[in-house]
Design a protein around this ligand. Sequence first.
Ligand SMILES: [Fe+2]
Ligand SMILES: [Fe+2]
Length: 285
Amino acid sequence: MKTEMTEQELLINRTGIMTHPELSAELIQGVKEAEPSSEGDLSEIAANRAEYLEEATPIGSNPVVVADDEADGAEEPAAALETGAEALPLLLDKLGERLAFERQGTRLYEALLQKCELLGEDDAGPSLDDLRHIHEEEMEHFKLLQNVITEIGGDATVQTPSADVAGVLSQGILQIVSDPRTTLAQTLQAMLNAELVDNDGWQMLITLATTLGHNDLESGFEKALESEQEHLENVRAWLEALTLKEASAFPGVDGIAGSEPQEGQSKSRSGKKKQTSRSNKRKKK
Ligand SMILES: [Fe+2]
Ligand SMILES: [Fe+2]
């Protein structure tokens, strides 16, 4: 007779082999007896990959400069850059990558905000205002890049090769953030990945832009990097505080460092208190 599983039974993790050690021998025996479903070995897979690599065309082509010197009344279209002018498509490619990432970042924070609104704020996690604040900054970064691309003669609607790669990379992050089953801590783990990439991305963009002689872009980009550093610190602190809070719920771990973050503060790995954006934001106002 078929019996229905209770919800508690369904939530038991049975993915590991040690849950039923007596069945593991049977499983290993089954693997030994089973025939491979196709012929060949790893060398054939490698040969196949090599063939694809030889025939592959690039994932996309670099964007072209669309503004010309005759453009409607513009004072200095394409920014008339002498230094690194020929490398402009490369810069546009990387600007396009950040543009795509910031657009995605804005959507990520929208999804996270909605999740927090529905689940309610957690003392150890971000407040709704914290998330709105970061969301606004991601949007500002998107607009900054849109303007820069246009000013130096590019087309901000172009999907550049690096933007394509960045888009594929961040698909997993969006999936985790928008998955209704993920906890706030799991969602913040995904956001931490995004913010780490965001920080490195801005750093590289500053180096590339200045190397190519676009020193005028440096201060705006540095400002964006500063806010990205704040996002990273905050997301890291919230994730740590939530994880430690979860740990402190178990008997015997009450005294764990950082288990009880106070208003506007969380503790770092060293136990040193650091400010979250709640307090950072207060400073800004
Ligand atoms: Fe960002
Ligand atoms: Fe960010």
